[in-house]
Design a protein. Structure first.
Length: 407
């Protein structure tokens, strides 16, 4: 109940900040100039949480202005799930996030309620740079400026905060080392999804070869904790050939034990392997009884087609990075629905060879493009192969023996 009240209050105050503060900023032309010396700007990093949307953490910018008694957290991770056709737009990669603002106390309280660790890095900016970043953030709060097209890999809350900081620095930022050196996007994602192997399985089902390439240090900053790591070692090379550390000091306004246990249950792999074993046992029974259980194949085709609907939609229509290079679409696609009438009527002689060719093409493609597959996907592909083989056996070997398979 307390968390709900805090969310409601935060929303109301956010709306007030997005209007009243901006107009106050515009009406008082001397506001920024007067408080530039005392302004404190910080990079805020929230550790990963237990909810799916919090698996990767969060980034924000805090601005403290003592002269005007303001302590505001600017947050590029706001979105309105009540937007018309929100789910459709999210799947299609056309979701617009926005910059929001709220009192720092409310921000910290929300993350304290979630048992999330919050780290604050006070930035070593000049008064002029502080003035500029505050002015830009207020400008971004304007209704016509606050929206941006969200991209989980290339344009999110972390990259927006980094770009805003870089934009005001009068010099060049040289970032520190990254613990993600030489890792692919998929490997980085797995470090954060290892707490739930079903989420990891789902991500691997939807994302293709684009995320199997190593990322540059800059690209790795899409993960808030990695941005924090690189910023902590960053150095600014000023135009006058002097240098300064980007971070003055680091503190933890909200402290919690955020160690998250890795999910070692492997339930996704166990489940799909169980389905494969069931398929093999059923196939052996069919061969022994010379009887095909066509409804098992109907259910299988329906499941492959349903999974394929999502994969195919993402592959052909979504703007999300990684989905248009997912070659699982060869194996999982809506064309499986077309096979259902043929399976029911047992007209699968030619169909079995078509599916077998599809499996071979899938294997060759995956090897050629080097797409990393989740181990839990392999049993699913094997089930299809087993069913194709049993149909070939019935319609060729038994046919030669003049044995008509029972339905």
């Amino acid at each position: 109940m307390r968390l709900l009240i805090m969310k409601v209050l935060a929303f109301i105050i956010n709306m007030l900040l997005c209007t009243n503060l901006v107009h106050a900023q515009e009406n008082d032309s001397s506001y920024v100039e007067q408080s530039g010396q005392d302004i404190q700007v910080s990079l805020i990093t929230c550790s990963p949480g237990t909810e799916i949307h919090a698996f990767f953490g969060h980034t924000a910018i805090r601005v403290i202005d003592p002269q005007n008694r303001r302590d505001i957290v600017f947050n590029y991770g706001m979105f309105n799930y009540k937007t018309e056709n929100f789910i459709y737009k999210f799947v299609k990669g056309e979701t617009f996030y926005e910059l929001g603002a709220e009192p720092a106390d409310f921000f910290f309280e929300r993350y304290n309620e979630r048992n999330v660790n919050v780290t604050e890095q006070i930035l070593n900016l000049t008064p002029e740079e502080k003035i500029q970043i505050q002015a830009l953030l207020f400008e971004n709060l304007l209704p016509e400026n606050r929206l941006y097209k969200y991209n989980w890999l290339y344009d999110n809350c972390a990259t927006r905060a980094r770009d805003m900081i870089e934009r005001v620095i009068d010099g060049e930022v040289q970032y520190g080392e990254s613990s993600y050196t030489n890792l692919t996007t998929r490997e980085i994602l797995r470090k954060h999804t290892s707490v739930n192997n079903w989420i990891e399985f789902g991500i691997d089902m939807l994302l293709g070869t684009e995320i199997d390439k190593p990322l540059s240090k800059r690209q790795q900053m899409f993960i808030p904790s990695n941005l924090q790591e690189q910023v902590s070692q960053a150095v600014i090379h000023n135009r006058d050939n002097t240098t300064r550390n980007l971070v003055l000091a680091t503190s933890c306004p909200v402290k919690h034990d955020t160690s998250i246990k890795e999910d070692k249950s492997h339930t996704a792999l166990i489940f799909t392997t169980g389905l494969l074993l069931l398929s093999i046992l059923l196939t052996c029974y069919e061969i022994k009884r010379k009887k095909i259980f066509k409804w098992f194949d109907v259910v299988l085709a329906f499941c492959f087609g349903t999974i394929g609907l999502l994969i195919s939609f993402l592959f052909f229509f979504s703007d999300h990075p990684g989905v248009s290079t997912n070659y699982l679409v060869i194996l999982f696609n809506p064309l499986a629905y077309i096979t259902i009438p043929f399976i029911i009527k047992r007209k699968t002689k030619i169909l079995s060879y078509v599916i077998l060719a599809d499996i071979i093409i899938f294997i060759l493609t995956i090897v050629l493009v080097q797409q990393t597959l989740n181990t839990a996907i392999l049993p699913l592909a094997s089930i299809l192969l087993v069913r194709v083989i049993v149909n070939i056996i019935f319609f060729h070997i038994f046919a030669k023996q003049k044995i008509i398979p029972k339905q």
